[in-house]
Design a protein around this ligand. Structure first.
Ligand SMILES: Nc1ncnc2c1ncn2[C@@H]1O[C@H](COP(=O)(O)OP(=O)(O)OP(=O)(O)O)[C@@H](O)[C@H]1O
Ligand SMILES: [Mg+2]
Length: 361
């Protein structure tokens, strides 16, 4: 019997996903649990959480040993509970009698360092760490207009566009119902504002790419990659995220919408369509292998790909705990596949677990 643990920071999050997954698990092979890292007893290593009862079709309170295989869906914030959970997960990942479906990715800067040295480098926007206001301003002579994003960012939070216009500087943020722009009339004023921002969070800087459609809506292609029942990487689906007209971000949180990928490709002329499909294929076949060669094993990946006005493709972001909404809202049939995928891959892993782990199964 394999014990499969679905881990989230709170038992409230991902409930539907976890339940639908547990329902589809073969009860002869898998016992499904869900728990939070905070509910592991530090000495006994017993976990207080819930076990899925297949007969009753519901979760029941349970105390259990650490599961053999863990699916990590913890989304951290900046609070103390997140910091504590992060430390516990770090410890869990080091335990040799536990296997994680995927071990996650480091921050955007560390990922950049790997991808920019890989065969995919032409698709990676040049990025530097934004060390100080002074350094950013100096870079603006090279980059002209730039994007500043937090090294540990997600959900489009804390992203700014910065532009030099003559002697003035403009810094804009996309807040959903429009852009807010602040104009600075001197270099020192701009530097002070930036230094203050960088004191709170680590930032990186990229050239601002014009990733908008002909009507000036920013958009990106979001792809969900997963390992299948044979452990091979497969693109499960693609979707388009589109932001607001004249905005900076394509994020949903700032008022964006989801469109079917097919609608987008069909809007392109045949040659462009062919070019973009081939380029996408190239990126998606290479990316997982490049990441897994430098970082520990992964199970799934969300890839954000921007397309600039000259049809160049840019890998903007890779996420090891991807969402499913962009894919499933335009392809509802995929839900079934996605509910089965984590346990199918757990099944692949159970066959290659080291012998010592096997004894626990
Ligand atoms: N260099 C860039 N030039 C122009 N726009 C960019 C650039 N980098 C990012 N963007 C825009 O910002 C969005 C969010 O970028 P990114 O994915 O790096 O941040 P995030 O905080 O991880 O957001 P999310 O969680 O939605 O993926 C992109 O989808 C794109 O619309
Ligand atoms: Mg992202």
């Amino acid at each position: 019997m394999i014990s499969f643990g679905m881990m989230s920071l709170s038992l409230k999050s991902e409930l539907t996903y976890f339940t639908e997954m547990a329902r589809r698990a073969n009860a002869d092979r898998f016992t499904c649990f869900r728990f939070s890292p905070a509910s592991i007893h530090p000495i006994t290593e017993m976990v207080t959480g819930e076990r899925f009862d297949q007969k009753k079709d519901c979760w029941v309170k349970a105390e259990f040993q650490l599961p053999n295989i863990i699916y990590d869906r913890c989304f951290y914030t900046n609070d103390l509970a997140s910091k504590q959970a992060m430390a516990i997960v770090k410890w869990l990942k080091k335990k040799t009698d536990i296997t994680f479906l995927g071990y996650g990715l480091p921050n955007k800067w560390e990922i950049y360092q790997v991808l920019s040295q890989s065969p995919l480098s032409p698709y990676i926007p040049k990025t530097i760490l934004a060390g100080s206001g002074k350094a950013v301003i100096a870079q603006l002579d090279v980059m002209d207009t730039a994007i500043l994003k937090p090294v540990f960012g997600s959900g489009g939070a804390g992203i700014y566009k910065i532009e030099k216009t003559g002697r003035e500087f403009e810094i804009s943020a996309d807040i959903g119902d429009g852009l807010i722009t602040k104009t600075f009339h001197s270099t020192s004023e701009t530097e002070d504002w930036l230094d203050n921002l960088f004191r709170k969070k680590e930032y990186m800087m990229q050239p601002y790419l014009s990733l908008s459609d002909p009507q000036n809506y920013p958009f990106d292609i979001r792809v969900l990659l997963q390992k299948d029942h044979e452990g091979k990487w497969i693109a499960r689906g693609k979707g388009i995220r589109r932001g607001i007209k004249d905005g900076i971000l394509s994020n949903l949180r700032v008022g964006g919408e989801i469109l079917p990928f097919e609608e987008y490709v069909n809007s392109l002329d045949i040659r462009t369509r062919k070019f973009i499909s081939l380029e996408l294929e190239e990126i998606l076949t290479q990316l997982p292998g490049i990441l897994e060669a430098s970082f520990p094993r992964l199970f799934e990946l969300g890839v954000d790909i921007g397309v600039s006005k000259d049809h160049a493709l840019w890998v903007l972001d890779t996420n090891s705990k991807p969402g499913r909404k962009v894919i499933t809202s335009t392809n509802p049939d995929l839900k079934e596949v996605l509910y089965k995928a984590p346990i199918e891959y757990a099944s692949v892993l159970s066959k290659i677990l080291p012998e010592r782990e096997e004894q626990h199964l």
